[in-house]
Design a protein around this ligand. Structure first.
Ligand SMILES: [Zn+2]
Length: 278
C-alpha cells in the first residue's frame, strides 16, 4: 500500500521536477495529517514541511537516501511541529523555519521569517505568505508554482479560526493564497477533503464540479491514495470559502442568517460558522 501511495505521488511530481528540480513526497502522519518531504534533486538535500512526528519522516529520509537540512513549519500547532525536537537531535545543524511571531511556540525554531525573507535549502529558494486566521503566526510556503498551506487552506475548505478573525481569514484565503496563479499546486495539512466537499455541496447543491470532485476523491482515498495536492483553479470552483459571491451560497446564507448583509466578508463569516457545526 505504501509503495503504491509513493508511486502515485511520484508520478504527480515528475511533471514538476523538470521545472524546479524539486521532488515532493507526501508522508501521512498521525491520524490524518500530511507532512511533505521536499528533495532538492541537484544536491540530495531535503526539507520537511510540518513534521507531525519524527518516525515516518526518518523512514522516508532513509528510503529516499537524502540529507535533511531544513524544517518548514506553517504554524505552531502540536500536530505540525511534533517531530521538531527529535529531528533536531538527529541533525543538530538543522534550520527550523517559522514566522517571527511564532518565536517561543515552535520548538527549536532557528529562523524567524519576516516580510521579504527567503527560505533556502539545497539549491532551492522559496518565499512565504503571512496568512493569519487559523493562528496568528500562520504562513504558506511557496516554491515556484507549489504552495504548502498548512491549516489555512484545505481542499474545499479552510482551517478553524483559533486565533484570528473571520476578516483576517477571508483576506488570507481570497486576497493572498487565492491570488496565486490558477495552476499553483496546493499541498495542505490534513485529509479533510471528503467532509469538506460534503459541506460545500450542502451550501451549493447545484455545483456539479463539487459533486464530481467528491466522487473522484472518494475513489482516490479508498484506493489508498490522498487528495493532496489541489490547485487554485480547482479551489475557485469547489471551495465555498473562495466562492462568497456565489448566488446559491448567498441564498443559503440568507436563509440561515436573515440579518446577513451578504457582503463577501459577511458571507465568509456565516459559512465558517456553519462549517463549525457541520
Ligand atoms: Zn493547526
Amino acid at each position: 500500500m505504501v509503495r503504491l501511495k509513493q508511486k502515485l505521488h511520484q508520478s504527480n511530481l515528475n511533471k514538476k521536477q523538470e521545472f524546479q528540480e524539486m521532488e515532493i513526497v507526501t508522508i501521512p502522519c498521525l491520524q490524518d495529517n500530511f507532512s511533505y518531504l521536499l528533495i532538492c534533486t541537484k544536491t540530495g538535500e531535503a526539507a520537511v514541511v510540518d513534521p507531525s512526528e519524527a518516525d515516518p519522516i526518518r523512514k522516508e529520509i532513509k528510503n529516499q537516501n537524502v540529507k535533511l537540512t531544513t524544517i518548514l513549519n506553517t504554524h505552531h500547532h502540536w500536530d505540525h511541529v511534533g517531530g521538531n525536537k527529535e529531528l533536531k537531535s538527529d541533525y543538530p545543524e538543522i534550520k527550523i523555519y517559522g514566522h517571527s511571531s511564532d518565536k517561543g511556540r515552535i520548538p527549536e525554531q532557528t529562523e524567524f521569517l519576516e516580510d521579504g525573507d527567503h527560505v533556502m535549502f539545497g539549491k532551492q529558494s522559496g518565499e512565504f505568505l503571512y496568512n493569519p486566521g487559523h493562528t496568528s503566526g500562520a504562513i504558506t510556503y511557496l516554491f515556484g508554482n507549489t504552495a504548502f498551506t498548512g491549516d489555512t487552506l484545505f481542499a474545499a475548505g479552510c482551517g478553524r479560526l483559533f486565533e484570528g478573525t473571520s476578516d483576517q481569514m477571508y483576506n488570507s484565503l481570497n486576497n493572498l493564497i487565492g491570488k496565486l496563479p490558477e495552476n499553483t499546486q496546493l499541498y495542505f495539512g490534513h485529509e479533510y477533503t471528503e467532509n469538506n466537499l460534503r459541506f460545500a455541496l450542502s451550501v451549493e447543491t447545484g455545483n456539479t464540479k463539487i459533486n464530481k470532485k467528491l466522487i473522484d476523491v472518494k475513489r482516490l482515498c479508498s484506493s489508498g491514495s490522498f487528495s493532496t495536492p489541489t490547485t487554485i483553479a480547482d479551489e475557485k470552483q469547489t471551495n465555498p470559502f473562495l466562492r462568497c459571491n456565489s448566488d446559491e451560497i448567498k441564498r443559503v446564507v440568507k436563509l440561515m442568517d436573515p440579518e446577513n448583509d451578504l457582503t463577501k466578508k459577511e458571507v465568509f463569516r456565516a459559512l465558517r460558522e456553519l462549517k463549525d457545526v457541520f
